[in-house]
Design a protein around this ligand. Sequence first.
Ligand code: SAH
Ligand code: SF4
Ligand code: F3S
Length: 439
Amino acid sequence: MTEPKKLFIKTYGCQMNVYDSERMAEALGGQGYVETQSPDDADMILLNTCHIREKAAEKVYSELGRYKGLKAAKPDLKIGVAGCVAQAEGEEIMRRQPLVDLVVGPQSYHRLPEMEAKAGQGVKALDTDFPEEDKFEKLKSRPKAKRGPSAFLTVQEGCDKFCAFCVVPYTRGAEVSRPAGRILDEARDLVERGVREITLLGQNVNAYHGAGEGGDWGLARLIWALSEIDGLARIRFTTSHPNDMDDALIEAHGTCDKLMPYLHLPVQSGSDRILKRMNRSHTRDDYFRLIDRMRDARPDLHLSGDFIVGFPEETDQDFEDTLDLIRRVEYGSAFSFKYSTRPGTPAAERAQLPEDVKDERLQRLQGLLTEQQRRLQDAMVGKTVGVLFEKTGRLPGQMVGKSDYLHAVHVAAEGVVPGELRQVKIVESGPNSLKGELI
Ligand code: SAH
Ligand code: SF4
Ligand code: F3S
């Protein structure tokens, strides 16, 4: 028997990349690859990259530089770049780093096995097309490997929104939704393999409009159909755009038991002037009204968001408006970033703010968000929540899982196995996690 070849995949960026990396590993399994945790013994290295901010893109080149020694020692080592940097920079990557054998954009992963074979014959391969065919349908999985309790499932890709700062519409292309039937099949397959919680993914997941029985389905309809799968206990989705939260989806938060009371709903800024300059096509009041409706439907909802500070032309007052929005909404968690200039996007052409102003604003904003996060986490003490157990903890008999609100929870739970969903009373709130007791 031939030794299996070893594949090392390093994933950057968003959860959609995590999902894509899993699918690529499965597809390359058909070429005789098994995954390894280190590049040192790999026969193929694949970087699944992110282009969202300058630093993310630069990381790729410094990581590639580190592989020089490995390639010199093992000339038939194949090195590939996938993901959004691959899409944005294409051939430029091979020019800047000649040890790269293949470059594959996010919509061409089903062609990866072919490209790998080509690279094996010493031919460099590049594919950054946006083909018509459904890559996930062509990316057949390996036979049923057991899975952890929680899984991602991409249902929608691409973005038509063109926020003035963002590269995603260029790297991922136009919005495309997968047919509902295929998503349901994949979900059933995941559940058979041990999955109890599915997070539906899309760059604009709530713009989902896939072909289904009787016509196009929205995300709410898809969630209801998924909720009928026995053994699937929890459904989440991310990332949503405020303009695509329709009535059916808001209502589902109040009525679908399997849909978790947690919503990631980025707003980016609290200033109407900046929202307009960002081309977000909603105002801060639109956002407040939407949050009110969400909380009417689901009073115990936790919100999470994304914020950009130091967008071109952001004044002190604009920034204060963002802090004010955050105070009014109260977030359970959030991601915040300094604006990063992305070549080819409209905002890159505008006058930029000094770095120290961005730094100072980011610090203040993160201070406020951390306070809120802490307050909501502390407020869990004394409450009873569902916890889906994922792995053993550091102490004997201890298990760690995720609450309905995505808090990590440590519980003395002798005999409980990963994949069990139990009711837990929260007794303590630590720096990054909660402690609870089984009830
Ligand atoms: N589709 C999602 C998220 C896309 S990227 C959405 O619309 O919310 C994730 C986050 O990265 C964005 O929400 C934004 O906050 C941040 N981001 C995108 N482009 C950026 C840039 N040029 N500089 C800084 N942050 C950026
Ligand atoms: Fe980027 Fe805006 Fe699209 Fe989100 S909605 S992916 S931030 S362009
Ligand atoms: Fe990054 Fe591409 Fe995701 S740019 S955030 S990996 S869609």
